[in-house]
Design a protein around this ligand. Structure first.
Ligand SMILES: Cc1cc2nc3c(=O)[nH]c(=O)nc-3n(C[C@H](O)[C@H](O)[C@H](O)COP(=O)(O)OP(=O)(O)OC[C@H]3O[C@@H](n4cnc5c(N)ncnc54)[C@H](O)[C@@H]3O)c2cc1C
Length: 273
């Protein structure tokens, strides 16, 4: 697809927001085109939790059974450890929803699922490797999007343009929309450690002075989230991996036997909250 095309709605970004909106609009008969800059949906540790409210929407769309046929883990609650005190702090099973649990599923599986469901509608199109670079404006009104694709430039004219292109949104920038900073004082480091037979089943949160450590059961590994104060990753890196391993082992003693799996900072992903 190159040159100029016209659709009713053009969505920049094929993340959860863009793909879900695309599916909902296409389902309602709106001619929709989603432009995604990447060639696939593969991302590490991106939004792997699918919450009961999202599952409820999927149920309302009649797609729950198909979604839950994909590999996933269920978390009916969350345990927390405050020093020596262990508590169940969240119990999803009592929610008035079809699914009383969080489903853990790689975000790419979820996005592929939405793409597949969308493809059932002739009004739904996703163009991968289409990077939005600018908006088309006529007399001060946004009437479309400009994108680059491997085959050449693309101009999409649309009645509605949606910016779902993430936190560094080009659409937001070009439209001159201001960001409202909520000022969350934390970042999260995400990384994986292997899971062993005797480990707990349900997600665990450990709270210690100035530290929060979350462990999500992903079957054969733990998806670990280490909450740090905003901008302090460089400081942690400067203290070195042995100190980091020691901290992780202190927060979750049952992981001490495998903290050596943390061999470099590279696979530790930073989530800027
Ligand atoms: C490391 C990490 C871990 C996370 N873990 C969790 C979690 O466990 N649970 C949870 O609920 N949330 C988690 N999140 C947050 C979650 O991933 C986001 O809330 C969610 O992905 C936001 O969805 P979105 O569609 O708004 O934006 P995004 O997911 O950012 O999607 C935006 C899409 O737009 C595309 N794009 C960007 N620029 C352009 C462009 N110019 N042209 C075309 N396409 C473009 C991007 O490639 C991307 O596919 C995590 C985030 C990170 C970074």
């Amino acid at each position: 697809m190159t040159g100029r095309v016209s659709v009713q709605c053009c969505i920049a970004g094929g993340g959860p927001a863009g793909m879900m909106l695309g599916l909902l609009l296409a389902r309602a008969g709106v001619n929709v085109l989603v432009l995604e800059k990447h060639a696939d949906f593969l991302r590490d540790f991106r939004g792997d939790t699918i919450h009961p409210s999202t599952l409820e929407i999927i149920h309302e769309l009649g797609l729950l059974e198909q979604l839950l046929a994909l590999p996933h883990q269920k978390a009916p609650g969350i345990n927390a450890q405050f020093g020596d005190l262990a508590l169940t702090v969240v119990d999803f099973s009592t929610l008035p929803t079809r699914c009383g649990f969080i489903a853990f599923m790689p975000q790419w599986d979820f996005l592929n699922f939405l793409a597949e469901q969308g493809s059932r509608y002739p009004t739904f199109r996703v163009l991968m490797e289409a990077e939005v670079t600018d908006l088309v404006k006529l007399a001060g009104t946004i009437v479309g999007i400009r994108a680059t694709t491997p085959k050449g430039p693309l101009e999409v004219r649309a009645d509605l343009v949606v910016g779902a292109d993430g936190r560094h949104s080009v659409v937001r920038d070009k439209a001159g929309l201001a960001v409202e900073e909520l000022g969350a004082p934390m970042d999260v480091l995400w990384f994986g450690l292997s899971r062993r037979a005797k480990d707990p089943e349900i997600p665990v949160g450990r709270f210690d002075r100035g530290r929060i450590f979350i462990m999500l059961n992903r079957g054969d590994y733990w998806q670990c989230g280490f909450v740090i104060s905003k901008g302090s990753r460089a400081q942690l890196e400067a203290q070195g991996l042995p100190a980091y391993r020691e901290t992780v082992g202190r927060l979750a003693p049952f992981l001490t036997d495998r903290v050596d799996e943390i061999q470099s900072w590279e696979p530790i992903k930073l989530l800027t909250v």
